[in-house]
Each structure stands twice: as C-alpha cells, then as structure tokens.
Ligand binder design. Structure first.
Ligand SMILES: Cc1cc2nc3c(=O)[nH]c(=O)nc-3n(C[C@H](O)[C@H](O)[C@H](O)COP(=O)(O)O)c2cc1C
Length: 338
C-alpha cells in the first residue's frame, strides 16, 4: 500500500513514464498480470495538452480499466500549468507528475526536464502553481542532478516538499549518466532521510533481487520500474508477491501469447501509429530470448505492423513453437491490418 496525499494505492509499485512505451496497450498488458499500484502515461507536453483530444490522441487514449493512472507533464513555462491542470481534471487523472529528470537535449533546450533542476526559482513557481491548481496527488520525478552535491540536492528536494509536493521519485543517476552505469540507490536513501513525503526509488530494477537490493540500500517507500515493465510485464506481480506479500497468483508466462496480447492492444491506435509502438516494445520484449536480437532486428526492418507480426510469428516458430501453439496468429494479423 502507498498513500500519496489523499489517495491510497494498492501496492507501492509504480510504472515509470516512458515516451513511446507507457501507452494504453502496455498499461493494459501490465494490469493483466497485476501487482502494480500506479500506472503512468508517457511525458505529455503541458503546452499542447489543453488542445489534445483524449479519444484520438495516441498519447492520451486509455480504456476505463487503466486505473489508477498518473499523467506526467513536461512543463517549460509556468503559464502552461493552469490550462494543463484543467485538462487533467477533465481526463480524470488520478495523480499528476512533473518531469524534472529528462536529460534529452531536445527537452533541455526547450527549458524542460532535467534542465529545470538548475533553476530552483522556476521550479518553485511551477510546483507552487501546480499545487494551487489541483488537489490531486502532486508528484515529481528527478535525477540526482548535474554532479553529486548533497547540499544542493537536499535544498532542491526540501523546496519541492515545502511547496506542497506529495511524493518524489528519484531516478538514481546523475543527469549525464547513461543506463550502463549502476544506479546510485544509496542516494535515494539520503533523499528519503531529508524528506517527510514518500520517496520512490527508480532505476535498474529488473528482478525481485534488484528490488530487494534497492530497498535495502534506499529504504524507499516505493519502487518505480521502467524498461523491465516492457521486458517482463509480470515483474510487478512477482515483486508484489515476494517482497510485499501481496496475495496474487503467478500466471504461467507464455511469451508469444504475451506479445500477441500487446499487439492486439495496439489496435486501439490508428493504423499509422501501431508500427512504431510495436518496434519500441519489441526492443525490450526481445531481451527475453537468448537470440532475441534477431526478433528485434526483423521487426525493426518491417514496414507495416502485419509484416512485423509475421516476422515475430516466424521467430516464435523457430525458437518457441510450444508457446506459439496457443496463439491465434491469423486473428492478430487480421486485427493489425488497416
Ligand atoms: C524509452 C524511454 C523513454 C522514457 N521516457 C521518459 C519520460 O517520458 N518521462 C520520464 O520522466 N522518464 C522517462 N524515461 C526514464 C524512465 O522513466 C526511468 O527513469 C529510467 O528508464 C530508469 O528506470 P528503469 O531502469 O527502470 O528503466 C524514459 C526511459 C526510456 C528507456
């Protein structure tokens, strides 16, 4: 259980926002395994949000069952906050997260993501305004900063808390550090000691052992999982059961069936939006197979979702024929065709 502001979430396991990945199809797949306490959108431009149509925007499409759902805002100007919050209230968001961690040059250049961590004055205005505009749980996601500087990081985190933030997620890497670097989970522990609000650890959790190791080093109130959600959508259920003693059955995992379920979820998107999402997901899903790079490459080269699906079927026929037996391959192909 995790309490954030006025809401209680069933487990302290959160889906990380991931551009191109944390959309309706992945969220639905994750829910089928259980264990997840809070879902997330990918980062959403606060500037564009008020004019987006929730029923057709590929970033906003969701089904009734995708709850509770946190919406992550990419803010570049404090003026964007009030209209964006109005939109999130209309969309029935369960939680609002603000992105202070994205290191992508395009995002930084626009004045958003991790660039804001160097501008605490502007961040204070953003959080103060956001707090004024919503009574939803208000959270933020940060990295550790430009370099390891305890006092600077502490002041930044305390400022977020003073302005009314309800929960902070810390991706335990510096702004310039790539995924190759081991996450600094012990720094999440420092943040946890400085704050009274819940602190969630993020970065490098791919197994129950990783989750246990991260909790031991950080003492975090919850765990946020990103890439492993696409690789092993059942991981939340495993961690919930093994670490948080949640009573959920462990389903049998049949990878081709899981892939088919994801592909069917893509049919909620317009045909031209399906292929990119299938490629992005396959990049992570393929890691489940020793020769998964063959699958990833074949899908990557495909020019339509149906051809990509056919490549996946061929791969499964070679490497996982038993798993493929339970999949209605023609039905999936028919659903994916425009
Ligand atoms: C493809 C991809 C897209 C991402 N997009 C976002 C995003 O939209 N917002 C965000 O705060 N972080 C984003 N991240 C970072 C993740 O939320 C997370 O912090 C990072 O992947 C570390 O967690 P992990 O090791 O569990 O994957 C993204 C990461 C990946 C791999």
């Amino acid at each position: 259980m995790l309490k954030i502001h006025n809401k209680i979430f069933s487990t302290p396991l959160l889906l990380a926002p991931m551009a191109g990945l944390t959309h309706s199809a992945l969220r639905t797949l994750l829910l089928s395994y259980g264990g997840i306490g809070l879902l997330s959108t990918e980062m959403l431009s606060a500037r564009r949000l008020p004019v987006e149509n929730q029923r057709i925007s590929p970033f906003l499409i969701r089904s009734e069952s995708e709850k509770p759902l946190s919406y992550q805002l990419l803010v570049t100007d404090v003026q964007q906050i009030a209209p964006a919050m109005d939109a999130l209230h209309r969309f029935a968001a369960d939680c609002v997260d603000i992105n202070f961690g994205c290191p992508a040059p395009r995002v930084r250049k626009a004045g958003g993501g991790s660039s804001l961590m160097s501008d605490p004055v502007r961040v204070r205005q953003i959080i103060r305004t956001a707090r004024r505009e919503t009574d939803l749980p208000l959270t933020a996601k940060i990295r550790l900063g430009e370099d390891l500087n305890g006092p600077v990081l502490r002041d930044f985190c305390l400022m977020l808390q003073d302005e009314g933030l309800d929960m902070l997620t810390v991706h335990a890497r510096l702004r310039g550090e790539s995924f190759c670097r081991k996450p600094r989970w012990e720094w999440v522990g420092k943040v946890k000691q400085w704050l009274n609000i819940p602190v969630v650890a993020n970065g490098g959790i791919f197994s129950v052992e990783d989750a246990a190791g991260c909790l031991a080093l950080s003492g975090a109130d919850g765990l946020m999982i990103g890439r492993a959600a696409a690789q092993k959508p059942w991981l939340f259920a495993e961690i919930a059961r093994e670490i948080y003693s949640v009573d959920i059955p462990m389903p049998e995992i049949v990878l081709p069936q899981l892939y088919a379920q994801f592909a069917l979820g893509l049919t909620r998107f317009r045909p031209e939006r399906r292929l990119g999402r299938l490629k992005e997901f396959t990049h992570y899903f393929a890691l489940n197979y020793p020769f998964g790079h063959h699958l990833a490459m074949a899908v990557q080269k495909s020019t339509t979702p149906v051809l990509a699906w056919q490549q996946a079927v061929d791969f499964f026929a070679r490497t996982d024929p038993d798993g493929l037996k339970v999949v209605e391959t023609r039905e999936v192909a028919a659903a994916l065709s425009p």
